[in-house]
Every structure is written in structure tokens, then in C-alpha cells.
Design a protein around this ligand. Structure first.
Ligand SMILES: Cc1cc2nc3c(=O)[nH]c(=O)nc-3n(C[C@H](O)[C@H](O)[C@H](O)COP(=O)(O)O)c2cc1C
Length: 329
């Protein structure tokens, strides 16, 4: 057996390894490095206005000739962003948290593929009905915003069975070659890794956040709605920091968006400096300052397997070599 699935041919990639789009973290450098290594780098739109997104797409394209994707979160109004992606002929559009339906036909008309991340069988069936080309089934052990309540091991085969004509990619808690091969055994045609790439050298992860990722183990995350100030009542998995422990008993408060919550730092969003108030969901990146440990440090349960910072290309190559050896055995 070889680490190659029909999905690789559909998308024009060598290996079925996807770098998760991570808001403020997966910029052009990280996505390009993963694509250059033969995987699929998916850049986050990063809540940038359309003109900045266009610049990022061009930067990414200047760093690789290989296919890549751009992710957009559907609670935001992304119609202009999608239009930019279509104009720039982004090979793969990736969506999360909403109805990708309105964007499918325009994308297909321009020759773009569409991928949608779901957290349940019902959502997968709906997305396939809307015409998406690839489904990501996200298990509850994943980092960042978590759509469903079922583990990757239980969800992926159910989704695979429910949408037999559509390739499915597994996501959530996969952080090494063993998880990647397990995903294939479940019927997935690839795996998305988010938390593992937080420790990529090209990731925009704030150094304090990155160190905490390296130090954390599988019991150090929690699924909560605490960082709901900017996106209320949307469950996410984050590191169980001292700040999180302190406020978990008052989880609901994080969703109130109180204007008098204290400022814990500053960050850049969409090219502009903004204040970070307590419970805001802005992940700290290299241009963030302040009390980093009081911010949303998203991570999946696979974080215990993430122990060193490596160039993204090296992560991809290591996954490939080790997965090949497992498959041969
Ligand atoms: C820091 C962080 C930010 C994320 N931001 C996004 C995002 O902007 N868009 C999205 O579709 N998924 C986002 N996710 C979720 C990923 O797409 C993916 O489901 C998750 O990382 C998989 O679990 P893992 O972290 O255990 O690998 C994010 C995940 C993390 C860890």
C-alpha cells in the first residue's frame, strides 16, 4: 500500500495530508510550505478584507506552483472573498460553519473545487446535496471551533457510509503518522492536521502559545464556549490554562460581549491593530502583545503528540515516511 488516494488525483496533490486553515495562524508561508512538500496547504482568510486576502493569495502563489486552498468561515459575510478567490483561480475553496450552497456553482463554473468541514452525518449529507466535492468530517477532539459532538473514530466511518460517492477527509486529534493511517483505515481519503502544524516553523503561532503547545498533553484541553465574545455560543477546544480554569465556572459570561471586560492585549486583525478584551476569540499570533496566556489558545487532544517545532515540509515528509512504513508492515 502507498500513501496515495483517489482524492490526491482529484486535487492534484501527492499526499493526502492537509494543513488545517487556522485563523490568524495559517498564513501564506505555512500553506505554501505544506503544498510545496506535496500536501494541501489551506490558508485561512484571517478575517482580512477582500483586498488583503487577494495580496495573501498572490504571496502564497509566489511561494509554490502547487495546488492550495483558501478557507472562509461562513458566519462572516464572505461573498466578496469568494469572488476574489474565483478571480484569482484558487484551486480549492474550503468552508466551515454554515451553508456553502450559494458558492458551489460559481466555484465550479470557474473550475474550482469546494470542500466543507462538518461535524455530523446530517450536515455531511446536506453539504453533498449542495454539491461540494470533498467533505471533512471533524471529530470533537479537534482544536479550534468544534462543530459536532462525536469523536473522529466514530464519526468518520459513519460519514463515509452516508456519502459514498464523495471523498471524506478526517479531522480532529490526528497529529502523527499513526493517526493518518488510522484515518485511512476508517475509510477517509486523507487527514487534516491543525494542532500539529501550530508547531510548524512557518506558522504564525505566538511563541508563548507555541511553547504551551509543546508542553501540553492529551488531558490539557477543554471544549468550552468561554472565548465567545466575538463569536458567541460556538464551542471550541482550547488549552486548559490557568486563566481558563479560573473562568470555566462562569463560562456563560464569555458569551455576553460586555464592553467593560478588561483589555488583555492588542493584536492585528484585517491589517489593523485592535484591542483584545477578555474572552475574545482572537488566537495570539506573532503580532499579538499582552497577556498571551489569557487569550484563546486553541488546541486539539492530539497536542500531547506535538513536541518539537519543525519546518512544515519536514512535518509532511516525516508523516509520509512513517505512514509508508506502517502501511508496509
Ligand atoms: C488554532 C486553530 C484555529 C482554527 N481556525 C479554523 C478556521 O479558521 N477555519 C476552519 O475551518 N477551521 C479552523 N480550525 C479547525 C481546523 O479546521 C480542524 O478542524 C482542527 O484543527 C482539527 O483538529 P486538530 O487540531 O486536532 O488537528 C482551527 C483549529 C485550530 C487548532
Amino acid at each position: 500500500m502507498k500513501l496515495h488516494t483517489p482524492l490526491c488525483d482529484l486535487l492534484g496533490i501527492e499526499y493526502p495530508i492537509f494543513c488545517a486553515p487556522m485563523g490568524f495562524i495559517t498564513g501564506p508561508e505555512l500553506a505554501a510550505a505544506v503544498s510545496e512538500a506535496g500536501g494541501m496547504g489551506i490558508m485561512s482568510f484571517g478575517r482580512n478584507p477582500p483586498d488583503l486576502l487577494r495580496q495573501d493569495i498572490r504571496t502564497l502563489r509566489s511561494q509554490t506552483t502547487r495546488p492550495f486552498g483558501v478557507n472562509m468561515l461562513l458566519p462572516a459575510d464572505v461573498s466578496e472573498h469568494v469572488a476574489v478567490c474565483i478571480e484569482e483561480r484558487v484551486p480549492l475553496l474550503s468552508f466551515f460553519w454554515g451553508d456553502p450552497g450559494p458558492f458551489v456553482q460559481p466555484a465550479h463554473d470557474a473550475g474550482l473545487k469546494v470542500m466543507h468541514q462538518v461535524g455530523s452525518v446530517a450536515e455531511a449529507v446536506e453539504a453533498v446535496r449542495a454539491g461540494v466535492d470533498v467533505i471533512i468530517a471533524q471529530g470533537v477532539e479537534g482544536g479550534g471551533h468544534i462543530r459536532g459532538e462525536v469523536s473522529t473514530l466514530a464519526l468518520v466511518p459513519r460519514v463515509v457510509d452516508a456519502v459514498p460517492s464523495t471523498p471524506v477527509v478526517a479531522s480532529g486529534g490526528i497529529a502523527d503518522s499513526r493517526g493518518l493511517v488510522a484515518a485511512l483505515a476508517l475509510g477517509a481519503q486523507g487527514a487534516v492536521l491543525g494542532t500539529r502544524f501550530l508547531a510548524a516553523a512557518e506558522a504564525r503561532t505566538h511563541p508563548v502559545y507555541q511553547q504551551k503547545i509543546l508542553a501540553a498533553n492529551e488531558t490539557d484541553t477543554v471544549r468550552t464556549t468561554l472565548f465567545g465574545y466575538t463569536w458567541p455560543n460556538a464551542p471550541h477546544r482550547t488549552l486548559r490554562t490557568r486563566f481558563v480554569e479560573q473562568w470555566l465556572p462562569e463560562e456563560a459570561r464569555g458569551n455576553e460581549g460586555r464592553p467593560d471586560e478588561p483589555v488583555v492585549g492588542a493584536t492585528t486583525v484585517g491589517g489593523e491593530t485592535v484591542q483584545v478584551r477578555r474572552f475574545m476569540g482572537f488566537t495570539p499570533h506573532r503580532e499579538t502583545s499582552g497577556e498571551i496566556e489569557s487569550m484563546a489558545l486553541y488546541a486539539g487532544q492530539g497536542v500531547g503528540l506535538v513536541n518539537i517545532v519543525q519546518p512544515a515540509g519536514e512535518i509532511v515528509r516525516q508523516l509520509v515516511v512513517e505512514a509508508d512504513s506502517i502501511l508496509r508492515r
